[in-house]
Design a protein around this ligand. Structure first.
Ligand code: ADP
Length: 170
């Protein structure tokens, strides 16, 4: 079993094996959590990202964590919300699933997720939380994994309240 833990705060500060970045498909950095991660990890991160050739929406790629307390960064590209008829839900589900796949390949024990796509990409927060908790909740039942704890990191209060309610009343 994997423990699911909700916290509110800045994902760049966490001492975990890997943090997940809500990147854009260029992997060249951006605003929001992506900007915070690049700023905290330092310029070596951008240099490694430039070697990766971008990342398709829904997929996930790994870099080192550089100056972060986290050893690795798993960069995933969430969908931009365009009304909901453009595979947004399936793509967001793929982000969580593919990030977990990368975590398994790295054989790590702890990972932290931000609320992918719920900032500039405007995915409705309640719907995004349902997708995240469905994928992560299902994964947490697994026995054959090196992962021991998954942190759900909410930065803004609105997401934190949504997750708190959903995790107390599943
Ligand atoms: P996207 O483009 O995928 O929407 P954003 O970075 O704009 O990405 O927003 C994704 C989520 O990340 C939002 O819920 C936002 O509140 C959150 N966020 C912003 N900065 C941080 C941070 N330092 N740590 C954790 N989460 C953050």
């Amino acid at each position: 079993m994997v423990k699911l833990t909700l916290i509110q705060g800045d994902i760049t500060k966490l001492e975990v094996d890997a943090i997940v970045n809500a990147a854009n498909s260029s992997l060249m950095g951006g605003g929001g959590v992506d900007g915070a991660i690049h700023a905290a990890a330092g310029p070596e991160l951008l240099a490694e990202c430039l070697t990766l050739g971008g990342c398709p929406t829904g997929d996930a790629k790994v870099t080192k964590g550089y100056r972060l307390p986290a050893r690795y960064i798993i960069h995933t590209v969430g969908p931009i919300w365009r009304g909901g008829q453009n595979h947004e839900e399936q793509l967001l589900k793929s982000c969580y699933e593919n990030a977990l796949k990368r975590a398994e390949e790295l054989q790590i024990e702890t990972i932290a997720f931000p609320n992918i796509s719920t900032g500039v990409y405007a995915f409705p927060k309640q719907k995004a939380a349902e997708i995240a908790l469905t994928v992560l909740g299902k994964y947490a039942q697994k026995h054959h994994t090196t992962l021991k704890e998954i942190f759900l990191v909410c930065f803004d209060d609105e997401n934190y309240q949504i997750y708190k309610k959903m995790m107390n009343n599943p």
